[in-house]
Write a protein that binds this ligand. Sequence first.
Ligand SMILES: [Zn+2]
Length: 240
Amino acid sequence: MNDRLEAIILRVDPYKETDGLLQVLGKEHGKMTILAKGILKGSSKNAASVQPITHCDMVLDIKEPISLLHSASIIDFYRFIKEDITRLSVASLICEIAMQVSTPYQPDEYLYDITKESLAAFKSYPPILIGCLYVSLILKEMGISPMVDGCVVCDETKVSAISISEGGFVCLRCAKNVTSKAYDASFSRLFRYTVKAQWTNISALAKQGEFTLDLLAVFVDFFKDYTSIPLKSWEFLRKL
Ligand SMILES: [Zn+2]
């Protein structure tokens, strides 16, 4: 009955009068919904631990579809994320994407690892860079990574624009026939580097240039276009 779980809390919704429904990502169980009784009461011993974007150790009864929380203790509260609105907004985007692409009770060790590593990385790297790399790795994992070796339509090596609908770079000639947006060479170079990067390349990637919201927007647009999943946290972040 007393199961143990190490998990990242992605989201907390109020439930009934004083309870909370947690959406968490665990290494062994994938995405889970957990009922946390009484956490909205001031006297709750678990209230401080069960907050969104928190890495926790939990004691609970694991049941489908909803598990029941007994106690939670914090492994990492990610204070540095919560102190800054841009970091918090990008971390919220990461948690929202993790929630959307994970399947209940289906373990996904890679997704768990990159989500955990990404949240920890806010201590050392610019938030937009982390966001770009995370969304790029998710696209790669879903098999919908943008094509960045030449024009996707005709294979021309000199490219001048990015087309979301065509799935990557397009050349000047093909850009006239498809929906695309032109970017300068340094933007395109950074986009290509990010698409090619693995998580372990983050420190090399950080030295390649300045990661902007415009670049993150391209990755998010690829994600939204191919998955049709709306991302509320992105709507907030883009207005910052
Ligand atoms: Zn072309």
